[in-house]
Ligand binder design. Structure first.
Ligand code: SAM
Length: 296
């Protein structure tokens, strides 16, 4: 077991339960009006899949993730978002939430999403941008902690992909990209206490301390000082924190020939569900564990 392995396992154990409580209404509300029954939808980096499950209603949905888990009623495959196990133009809709902040090359991922999207398909992406985050009162140790965490990320810098979503979608070959933002705040004693406890326990976690030391980013004493700074912050009567979440929609340009063809009756074809099931069988598909809907 390496320090990196322990750190990754710690992160999964810590974050997956929270991610598993996310809902499609809350996190993908901006995409829902553009989804229609019968569409084929791909969730890229679906994680525990609670959003995917909510999106799948009436659709043929599949998910992929580097570390997949079985999702109720949705087939999932183990795959890298930058090398999807699907042919070109396979999907009518693509969704991806909180993935791009974790990859070294977000543009490569969006280009791959574009490749598997048919002309006219819609994409919805959501991700963080910590560039405009507020933390009051400020503390040099807290700032240092943010820099430590940034150094651990792909590329070694703070998450700023949120502000780039619209530009990245354009560069990846989508059109009519429209981006929006929501803010979240910790502005009550309970919320401040929760954040302080979470941050303090992150900087004090043995798995994080060991990995950060191994990478030469910070030594254990410095990590303890950062954890203590978050504890102090949590006790401050005026403590306040806030951050941005960016979402963006875009479309694959319509292909004129395709549009004309779709005005004619379509030839008989295998059902979307059957085709996707065969494709997922070629990828390393994760089987649901019990009494879950299968793809047929
Ligand atoms: C923060 S979680 C988000 C999960 C889910 N989309 C949600 O919002 O609840 C990020 C997910 O991306 C996955 N991931 C990271 N890099 C990936 C890659 N290159 N290809 C596919 N999935 C990846 C992780 O395994 C993790 O499940």
């Amino acid at each position: 077991m390496t320090a990196e392995h322990d750190y990754e396992r710690f992160l999964r154990a810590r974050h997956r339960p929270g991610h598993g409580r996310r809902t499609a209404e809350r996190w993908a509300g901006f995409l829902l009006p553009h989804l229609h029954p019968g569409m084929r939808l791909l969730d890229v980096g679906c994680g525990p899949g609670s959003i995917t499950g909510g999106l799948a209603d009436g659709l043929t949905a599949v998910g992929i993730d580097l570390s997949p888990v079985a999702i109720e009623s949705v087939p999932v495959a183990a795959a890298d978002a930058a090398a999807l196990p699907f042919p070109d133009a396979r999907f009518d809709a693509v969704y991806s939430n909180a993935l791009l902040q974790h990859v070294a090359d977000p543009l490569a991922v969006l280009r791959e999403a574009r490749r598997v999207s048919r002309p006219g398909a819609v994409i919805g992406v959501g991700d963080a941008d910590w560039g405009g985050a507020l933390v009051h009162p400020s503390d040099p140790a807290i700032d240092r902690g943010l820099a430590v965490r940034a150094a651990l990320r792909p590329g070694g810098h703070e998450v700023r992909v949120g502000r780039e979503l619209r530009g990245l979608l354009d560069e990846a070959g989508f059109e009519r990209a429209e981006a929006s933002v929501t803010g979240a705040a910790d502005g009550t004693a309970d919320a401040v206490g929760r954040v302080a406890a979470l941050e303090s326990s992150w900087f004090g976690a043995p798995e994080v301390v060991a990995y950060v030391a191994e990478r030469g980013i910070a030594d254990p004493d410095e990590m303890a000082a950062i954890a203590a700074a978050w504890d102090r912050w949590g006790e401050h009567p005026g403590a306040f924190a806030a951050r941005f979440w960016v979402t963006a929609l875009a479309w694959v340009p319509e292909d004129r020939a395709q549009r004309d063809a779709s005005a004619r009756p379509a030839p008989a074809a295998a059902s979307p569900r059957t085709t996707l099931a065969a494709e997922l069988a070629n990828a390393s598909s994760v089987e649901p564990s019990s009494s879950r809907r299968t793809v047929s």
